[in-house]
Each structure stands twice: as structure tokens, then as C-alpha cells.
Design a protein around this ligand. Structure first.
Ligand code: GLU
Length: 278
């Protein structure tokens, strides 16, 4: 089997060292086996995605010495495909319109927290709701009943039993975002023939939802590899809001990107970072 991996950043900000680490992991997983490495720009969040960030991402990857195969895939060019997937799920009777705001959900008080945040209490499920301007949620219990028990494999953590119910009725489309991350990523990994999804451990739980969507939409199941996250010296995950240096700033300071990539591969990290072990 020819391995196909991808790096799929959202151009809502500049990349930092954690992104570099993830891109290297994905690139090397493919190249180490003579496979292909793809670049997908996840720019469906029209209000937050910016073209200048896309240009920066391309420059950052080139600076790190990471080459991708073929054309860059932009999710903004694939809205019709997400709409088709959504229609299919609607026709199966698995989606319902929802007009609850985040504030409504928070105000409902009882909302327990799942891996995707507050679990939706189901207020709109079965209710007569005006579809115009509504979001579409998946009736997770109905979807799980249809697919039964599903497993997926993580190369590092082993076989996992999918647990999509822990996420509750997640949103698959909103008026201002025609597909959620969950829907777009699942449709596109299949479309691009991705065999190995290499990404950070922060997205581990999301895979339970992706596995279910693969079943519902008859899509193939890739193998997953959720790598440990690069942390700061205190073991906290890197985040731009905490001042993690951007790759652009390192590039502009004259840091050698290829050498930095080799250092990250070897676990030699700039002072102030923790070494992940997977
Ligand atoms: N676009 C997502 C992000 O930037 C990553 C998607 C994925 O790797 O599945 O966090």
C-alpha cells in the first residue's frame, strides 16, 4: 500500500512550532515509506481564514524543507461536496435544525462537558424549528444505532472503540460555516485518498465522530496516528495566545528552517520546550 498523509492547517493565524512538529511528523510518516504527503488548507471558516496566512503557511513549510505532492487543496473550493454529504445525512433522517445559541446552551445549566465542549442538551431535537438560519445537528443516538459499534486504529494507542455519543449532537453545518470541521475533514480525507491521518493528540477524541461519519457516508477508514504535543518547559501545550513563537518570526530572525526541522525530529528543542515522546 502506498501511504498518503496530509497536513491540514486552518489559515486563521500564523503557524507556531507545534504546527511545524505536526507537519514534520506527517511528512516523515509518508516519506519514510516512499508515500505521498499532501497539503490541505482548511479555510471554510470564512470569517477567520485569511489569504495572507495561507501565503505564510506555504513559506513556512518550504522554509522547513517540507515538500508536498500535487496541488494544495482548499476546502473553500469544496463546499458543494460538503453540501452533498449533508443532504445525504438529512435524507437518512439523522440531522435536525437547531436555533440554540451558545448562550442558550450555557443557560440550560445542566449541559455536561464532552470532548467537543458543552454537550448539547437536545432542546431542538424533535421540535418544530424554522430551518432558515438554523444550524444542523446530528442526532447522535440515532446515528450510532444505525452504525453499531465501530473501531478505529491509532498506530500509537492501538485499537479504539469509537465513542461518538460522548460528543452529543454535534453541529455539522451552520449558516456562516457550510460544514463543520468534523464533516469537512472526513469528506476530504476520503477524497484525497489519505491512508494515514497524522495529527496531534488534541484531535484524538474527534476521531470518534469522524469514524461514525465514515460509516454513515460509506467512506474508507484511514489509520490514525495522534502524536504527542510539543509543550513549553512547564509541560503546557503550545498556543499562540501564550506567546509561542511563530514560524514567521523565527524565519525572519534568520533561523535555519531545515536545521530546526532536524532538531525537532531528533527531539532537540529550542530552550524552553518540552520533548514529546511519540
Ligand atoms: N485544521 C485543523 C487544525 O488546524 C487540523 C485538522 C486535522 O488535522 O484533522 O487544527
Amino acid at each position: 500500500m502506498t501511504i498518503v498523509t496530509r497536513f491540514a492547517p486552518s489559515p486563521t493565524g500564523k503557524l507556531h512550532l507545534g504546527h511545524a512538529f505536526s507537519a514534520i511528523r506527517s511528512h516523515d510518516r509518508a516519506r519514510g515509506d516512499g508515500g505521498s504527503f499532501l497539503l490541505r488548507i482548511e479555510d471554510i471558516d470564512g470569517t477567520r481564514s485569511r489569504p495572507d496566512h495561507v501565503a505564510g503557511i506555504v513559506q513556512d513549510l518550504q522554509w522547513l524543507g517540507l515538500e508536498w505532492d500535487g496541488d494544495v487543496l482548499f476546502q473553500s473550493s469544496r463546499l458543494d461536496r460538503y453540501a452533498a454529504a449533508l443532504e445525504r445525512l438529512k435524507a437518512m433522517g439523522l440531522l435536525y435544525p437547531c436555533i440554540c445559541t451558545r448562550a442558550d446552551i450555557a443557560a440550560s445549566g445542566s449541559a455536561p462537558h464532552g470532548p467537543s465542549g458543552a454537550i448539547y442538551p437536545g432542546t431542538c431535537r424533535g421540535a418544530a424549528v424554522d430551518e432558515s438560519g438554523a444550524a444542523w445537528r446530528i442526532d447522535m443516538a440515532a446515528a450510532v444505532a444505525r452504525c453499531g459499534l465501530l473501531d478505529w486504529t491509532d498506530e500509537l494507542a492501538g485499537v479504539q472503540r469509537a465513542d461518538p455519543l460522548a460528543h452529543g449532537d454535534v453541529v455539522l453545518a451552520r449558516k456562516d460555516a457550510p460544514a463543520s470541521y468534523h464533516l469537512a475533514v472526513t469528506v476530504d480525507d476520503a477524497f484525497q485518498g489519505v491512508t494515514h491521518v497524522v495529527r496531534g493528540r488534541d484531535l484524538f477524541d474527534a476521531t470518534h465522530v469522524h469514524r461514525l461519519l465514515q460509516c454513515l457516508l460509506d467512506l474508507p477508514m484511514p489509520i490514525y496516528r495522534h502524536h504527542a504535543l510539543l509543550t513549553d518547559a512547564d509541560g503546557r501545550r503550545l498556543a499562540k495566545r501564550d506567546g509561542a513563537p511563530t514560524l514567521t518570526s523565527l524565519r525572519e530572525q534568520g533561523v535555519d528552517g531545515r536545521r530546526l526541522a532536524d532538531d525537532l525530529r531528533a527531539g532537540r528543542l529550542p530552550i524552553g520546550f518540552g520533548v514529546p515522546n511519540a
